[in-house]
Design a protein around this ligand. Structure first.
Ligand SMILES: Cc1cc2nc3c(=O)[nH]c(=O)nc-3n(C[C@H](O)[C@H](O)[C@H](O)COP(=O)(O)O)c2cc1C
Length: 274
C-alpha cells in the first residue's frame, strides 16, 4: 500500500507560522546552522590568524631595529637579519632549554612551573610574575657579528599592560629603539607611545651610567640637555601615568631583576656566538 503521509518537512511547512512550536523549532534550527558556520570559520581561519600574528610580531621586531622598509618582505627581512635565542632570566645567560620558535613567554608567565612570582617591593612594572625564559632577537650585522639585541618588555601603564620590544646595542648600554605592539592606553593620550615622533626620542639614549648604575628615565616634561639628557626621555603630555608606566617597565627590564645580568655580560656572550 503506498504511503501517502506527508514528509516531515512538508508537515512542518503546513503548520501555521503563528504556532509557537514552529517559531521555536525554526529559531533552534537557525541557531544550529549558524553555529556550525561560525565554528567552521573559526577553526578554518585559525592557521591564517596564527600566520598573521607571527608576521605582525616579526614586523614589530624589524621596526624596533630600524630594519622595516615600506613594502618590504617581512619574512625575508626577518630571516636575513634576526636570530632568535632564549635567555634564562634567572642566570642572565643564553639557554637551549626551550625552543625559541615555539616558546611563548606570555603563556609561560601564567604557568607556575615556568615562572616565579615577583616580590611586591621589586615589582615596579606591576606584572606580578616573571617567566624563567625570554626570547630575545639578535640583529645580525652581515659580517658574522651583531649590531643589536631586541628584548621583550612589558609592564602596566594606566589602563593596560603594555607589551613591546626594547632594542639595545651590543654594548648593553645604548638604546636602539622602543616599540609597543599591544596595549589599551587611550588614543591621543597614553596611546601616543605609538607616535613615531615620541618613539624617535629613544634611539641613542643610554640605560646605564659609566659606573653601571641604571639611569634611564622618562621624565615629566622635556628631557634635560647635556650629559644628563643622555639618560632622559620626554614624558607624554597629558599622559603622565602611562609615561610613568613606561619608565617603570623599561627600568624593571633593564634592572638586576630583568635583563640586567644578561646585558652586563652581553658582549662576552655575543663574542662566543658571533
Ligand atoms: C577619558 C580619559 C582617558 C585618559 N587616558 C589616559 C591615558 O591613557 N594615559 C594617561 O597617562 N593619562 C590618561 N588620562 C589622564 C589621567 O587621568 C591624568 O590626568 C594624566 O595622566 C595626568 O597627566 P598630566 O599630568 O600630563 O596632565 C585620561 C583621562 C581621561 C579623562
Amino acid at each position: 500500500m503506498p504511503d501517502d503521509r506527508p514528509g516531515l518537512f512538508r508537515r512542518i511547512l503546513s503548520v501555521s507560522n503563528d504556532d509557537p512550536r514552529k517559531i521555536v523549532g525554526v529559531a533552534v534550527a537557525l541557531c544550529l546552522v549558524c553555529s556550525v558556520f561560525v565554528s567552521a570559520a573559526a577553526i578554518g581561519l585559525r592557521p591564517l590568524q596564527e600566520a598573521n600574528k607571527r608576521q605582525s610580531m616579526r614586523q614589530n621586531i624589524l621596526q624596533v631595529a630600524g630594519l622595516m622598509q615600506p613594502g618590504g618582505d617581512v619574512d625575508a627581512l626577518f630571516k636575513q637579519n634576526m636570530e632568535a635565542r632564549i635567555v634564562d632570566l634567572r642566570t642572565g645567560r643564553f639557554s637551549d632549554a626551550v625552543d625559541p620558535d615555539v616558546y611563548d613567554q606570555r603563556t609561560a608567565v601564567r604557568d607556575p612551573a615556568l615562572s616565579d612570582p615577583i616580590p611586591p617591593d621589586e615589582d615596579i612594572a606591576a606584572i606580578k610574575r616573571k617567566a624563567h625564559f625570554a626570547t630575545v632577537y639578535l640583529v645580525k650585522d652581515g659580517s658574522g657579528g651583531y649590531r643589536a639585541v631586541i628584548l621583550p618588555v612589558h609592564g602596566y601603564g594606566l589602563w593596560s599592560t603594555l607589551y613591546g620590544y626594547l632594542a639595545v646595542k651590543p654594548d648593553g648600554r645604548e638604546i636602539v629603539g622602543l616599540q609597543f605592539y599591544d596595549h589599551a592606553e587611550t588614543p591621543g593620550l597614553g596611546g601616543e607611545v605609538d607616535n613615531p615622533v615620541w618613539r624617535a626620542k629613544w634611539p641613542g639614549k643610554r640605560l646605564f651610567g659609566e659606573d653601571g648604575e641604571l639611569r634611564i628615565e622618562v621624565v615629566k616634561g622635556a628631557a634635560a640637555t647635556g650629559e644628563k639628557g643622555a639618560y632622559q626621555v620626554d614624558g607624554l603630555a597629558g599622559a603622565t601615568l602611562t609615561s610613568r608606566g613606561v619608565n617603570n617597565l623599561v627600568r624593571y627590564w633593564a634592572s638586576q631583576n630583568g635583563f640586567g645580568p644578561f646585558l652586563r655580560t652581553l658582549q662576552q656572550e655575543l663574542s662566543k656566538d658571533g
